[in-house]
Write a protein that binds this ligand. Structure first.
Ligand SMILES: Nc1ncnc2c1ncn2[C@@H]1O[C@H](COP(=O)(O)OP(=O)(O)O)[C@@H](O)[C@H]1O
Ligand SMILES: [Mg+2]
Length: 189
């Protein structure tokens, strides 16, 4: 697999995936999409994103009670798109959290729910190919939250200019600032 990013409308992508999951569904749950603050152009490898989010959404539905609601959100933060898939299902035992990304690992509480323990391995691989990061945590009040951060934005927030280099403007500003305060400290002492 490789990563070939092309312009992609993230909101439309999320809605499309929701509709596809709905029509292919062997579950009665529903997916609620929230897509906000996405100004600017995003470029993504749609096929990698599909592997990631069909797996995460089907986990969220599978490990929820029938008829449960899954929240699927995406928001822009600097160059990154931050996606979250949240459910109110069975959650993941604390002791299993660290090992879920290993092949064939399944939580101790899955019961009769079918599965292979390979989905998250594929998800992690796709996230890494896209230069991103993934985290899984238990949700307060029960259920699971999976956060995926992917560097998809090619323009600065509120401008049409392409982002330079690999660091975000914010990171460059921070660097400048810390250099400035280091100089200030030196001149003071
Ligand atoms: N949304 C979720 N809620 C509860 N447990 C989850 C969720 N997503 C993943 N898991 C746990 O992580 C394990 C690994 O997930 P995955 O690799 O997709 O395998 P599986 O084929 O079992 O779904 C699952 O068996 C389950 O124990
Ligand atoms: Mg799975």
């Amino acid at each position: 697999m490789e990563c070939k990013p092309l312009p992609l409308d993230l909101r439309a992508f999320c809605l499309r995936l929701r509709d596809e999951m709905r029509s292919s569904a062997n579950h009665s749950g529903s997916i609620e999409v929230t897509a906000q603050h996405l100004a600017g152009e995003a470029a993504a490898d749609e096929s990698l994103l599909r592997h990631i989010f069909t797996n995460l959404l089907s986990n969220a539905l599978k490990y929820s009670d029938p008829g449960g609601t899954v929240e699927f959100s995406v928001v822009r933060r600097e160059r990154d798109a931050i996606f979250e898939v949240q459910d109110r299902g069975i959650g993941i035992p604390e002791e299993d959290l660290d090992e879920l990304f290993q092949t064939f690992r399944r939580g101790g509480n899955v019961g009769e729910r079918p599965g292979t323990g390979l989905g998250l391995v594929i998800v992690k691989r796709c996230v890494e190919l896209h230069g991103g990061a993934i985290g899984v945590r238990n949700r307060e009040g029960g259920g699971t939250t999976v956060t995926v951060r992917l560097p998809l934005f090619t323009t600065r927030p509120g401008s049409r200019k392409k982002v330079r280099g690999t660091r975000s403007q914010n990171q460059r500003n921070k660097k400048k600032k810390s250099r400035r305060s280091a100089t200030a400290k030196r001149t003071r002492s």
